[in-house]
Structure formats: C-alpha cells, structure tokens
Design a protein. Structure first.
Ligand SMILES: Nc1ncnc2c1ncn2[C@@H]1O[C@H](COP(=O)(O)OP(=O)(O)O)[C@@H](O)[C@H]1O
Ligand SMILES: [Mg+2]
Length: 411
C-alpha cells in the first residue's frame, strides 16, 4: 500500500534552513519530510540559491540571534517570494519586534514547535492568504467631532454580538482617545495598548482572555495608556504588529483612528479591508472626506475598501449640503440618522445603542454598517438566527474561531 510520503511525492517542495545548528536542522527535516525536502546553508547576507526554495527558515537563536535578524532583508531579497520563518529559542521581545519588521511569515519556537512544524507552516500560510485572519476595519475622519468614535464603538459592539465575542475595538486616537468614555468594561486591571505591546512576546490565549477588557456585549477593548509618557511605544511598527496578532485571535478588529495621516494611522489603514470614511453633512466635513478619499486613492487603496459613511443625516437636508454631496461623487455606502438625544442618553446610562435603543433607526443603521463587514451571504443566516434567538452563531463560519482560540499560543 502507498504510504503518505509516496502519495505526496509529486507535490514535494524545497525548503531551506539557513543557520548552523545541525541538530535542529535534522529534527526539522524529519518533521517536514511529508511535504518538504529541507537543505541547509550557513547564514550569510547575500545567499543565492541554485533553485528557488518554496519555504525558508532562518535560525535566530543563541547569542547570534540579532545578527541573524539583521541578515533577513538580504536573504529575503535572494529567495524570491518564498515565505520566511524565523526560528527562535526564546521569546525575546526585541528579537520578535525586529524580525516582525522584516515582514516575515512567522516564528518557529524550538524545541516545542518542532513536532507540529508542518501544521504551523500551513496555518501561517493560510492566515496570510486570509483564511485565518480576522477582518480589520478602520473608522477614520480627517475632521473630529463627526461621530467616528461613536460609530466605531457601536459597530464593533454589533460585531461582538454577531460573533459571540470575537471582536475587539482598538483605540489609536492619540493622545487621549475617547472610546473609553463609551465602553464601560469590567472592573479588572486591564491591559492598555502600551501593556499589550510590552507583553506581546508572552501573549497567549489565557493572557488575552484575562488581560484584555471586556464589555458586557462581549466586545473586547484595547485603549490608550493614561500616562502620556507611555505613548512612546505606540509606533507604526508596533501597531502593525499588534493588529496582526489581534487578527489571529479575533474575527473582527475595529480601529478608532486619529484624524490625521500619521504613520500610526497609515499602519492601520494599510492593512484594513474596510476603511470607513465618516462624515457629517457639513461643509468642513465634506471637504475633509474629499481630501481623505483622494489621499487614500493616491496611497493605492482600492475604491472597494473605501466606504463613505454619512453620519448625523437629517431629512430636511440643507440644499447646499445636498448639492455638495452630489458633487462629491463618492457613493454613500451607509447613513446614520441624526439622533443626538438617543446617543447622549445611551452614553449617560453607560450603554451602547444596541442595548439602549435597539429599535431606533440609528441602531438599525449601525447594524447595517456591521453587516458590510460580514462575509458575503452571512447576513441572511444572521437574520434567521437572530430571529430564532441564537447567539454566537457566527463562530461556525470561522471554524474554531469564536472568541480567543483556546490552545493556541502566539507563534
Ligand atoms: N448620529 C448621531 N446623531 C447625533 N449625535 C451623534 C451622532 N453620532 C455621534 N454623535 C455625537 O457627536 C459627538 C461627537 O462624536 P464622536 O464619536 O466623539 O466624534 P469623533 O470621534 O468624530 O470626534 C458625541 O457627542 C456623539 O454623541
Ligand atoms: Mg473620536
């Protein structure tokens, strides 16, 4: 009878181990044997492989770990598009950060990961192709006071309800961020963005579960530190890494952004599948959305990613504003009614809109915005399930991904 190795012989690929540790190399060669032939090279900056490898491992262990990380860009240039994994033997935050900056595919921690090497490689590749990555949606406006935070928070809550708690709101609206005014969460000492960055190397499902704030809807929340001095580590590189890690754990990562095109904002926008450009019907806000839209297009973001959300819509509509909206030639994806009292009373009661006034038009419109982020076709299931009183139905669409995935540590 054919064994698995023979059956897969036609699809074997070449993997390359770059490093000096012969023992780890042989263990990994054995672990990969079903799908890959692993060869080994000593580490050097401009390595030119004779045949392009399909997968590359760079050993960054022991005292030379940093030197190895520094050589990653040179090695990446020479191995074409092959995914690069970095082998580590400790979760040193500096090494993890430095390697993450190089756009690597993932980490392999020795010795623990070796028995599961194939599944780690496979999972990371699926994740980068979108199969395991949560959806990133950013709420953005170049002008403040138009309802960006209000919509981000309420849409995120809705997504948490749809997914049985697999949504997180991240506030990067520096320096103060005011999403915490809207989200009353549990009393525990929770991580701020700053704490999350500092502890990213020891992040695992249990820590995520216990350290990240939780609103009663199930929505998770990561806010800015209270101490302004701690903002120093909220940089574009760190935010990119935070968002990547969060997307491994949550189906939805919703970001409330600052009203600028700072490197941190760009780090969020770059990876967002949905960029919600929020505006209100006022001259200055319409002008701001024009500039934001054009800048996003110049940055190469496709129009499909850009959603124009018109908040505080009134029926009467000023003629000039309506004319301007027409001239803007940016299709309005969704509208939210102007309902100051409802939003204000909800805020005073410490509730989000879905709890305070679920039947209000604004609440239904917020649900519509949340539905834009759902996978196609799931709205129907959602409506059926909501009417039959089920919750957390959405987990099924993502396999095991409902809330923090148990048993999976940060690799
Ligand atoms: N659709 C709406 N109708 C009425 N008031 C709103 C609406 N959306 C937001 N607001 C109010 O507008 C104010 C500013 O909202 P906020 O979300 O903080 O704006 P931004 O984040 O753009 O600065 C808040 O008082 C909020 O309650
Ligand atoms: Mg705001």
């Amino acid at each position: 009878m054919q064994n698995a190795s023979d059956a897969l012989s036609g699809s074997r690929k070449n993997a390359l181990y770059i490093g000096s540790d012969g023992v780890t190399y042989s263990q990994m060669a054995r672990a990969l044997t079903l799908l890959y032939d692993l060869s080994r090279e000593e580490i050097r900056a401009a390595y030119r492989p004779s045949t392009a490898p399909d997968l590359v491992f760079i050993q960054a262990t022991g005292p030379d770990a940093f030197n190895a990380v520094e050589l990653i860009p040179g090695i990446r240039d020479s191995v074409g598009s092959a995914p690069v994994f970095v082998i580590i033997d400790s979760r040193d935050a500096d090494i993890l950060l430095a390697a993450s900056k190089q756009g690597i595919q993932g980490f392999v921690e020795i010795p623990d990961d070796i028995p599961n090497l194939l599944s780690i490689v496979n999972k990371e590749q699926q994740r980068s192709s979108g199969a395991f990555a949560g959806v990133l949606g950013t709420f953005f406006s170049l002008k403040g006071g138009v309802g960006t935070t209000t919509l981000a928070v309420n849409v995120a809550e809705q997504l948490a309800l749809y997914t049985g708690g697999s949504a997180i709101l991240v506030d990067v609206n520096m320096p103060l961020g005011d999403s915490s005014l809207y989200i009353e969460h549990d009393e525990r000492e929770n991580y701020s963005l700053n704490d999350f960055i500092l502890n990213i190397n020891r992040m695992n499902p249990d820590l995520m579960e216990s350290a990240i704030a939780r609103h009663k809807s199930g929505l998770r929340y990561l806010g800015l530190p209270n101490n302004l001095a701690d903002l120093e580590c909220v940089t574009d590189v760190n935010i990119k890494m935070v968002l990547t890690v969060l997307r491994r754990y949550y189906n939805y990562v919703i970001v409330d952004c600052a009203s600028d095109f700072s490197p941190v904002t760009l780090a969020c926008l770059d990876d967002s599948s949905f960029i919600m450009l929020v505006a209100e019907p006022s001259l200055s806000s319409i002008r701001a959305v024009r500039i934001a839209y054009d800048t996003c297009r110049q940055l190469g973001y496709s129009p499909e990613r850009l959603k124009f959300i018109l908040n505080r819509r009134t029926d009467q509509g000023d003629e000039i504003i309506n004319e301007l909206l027409g001239a803007l030639q940016i299709p309005v994806t969704a509208e939210v009614e102007n309902n100051y009292m409802t939003f204000l009373e909800a805020l005073q009661k410490g509730c989000l809109l879905n709890e305070f006034a679920p039947q209000s038009l604004a609440s239904r419109q917020i649900r519509d915005i949340a539905s834009l982020l759902l996978p196609e076709g799931s709205e129907q299931i959602m409506e059926q399930d909501i009417s039959s009183g089920k919750s957390g139905w959405f987990g099924g669409l993502f396999g095991s991904r409902s809330g923090v995935r148990q048993g999976e540590a940060l690799k």
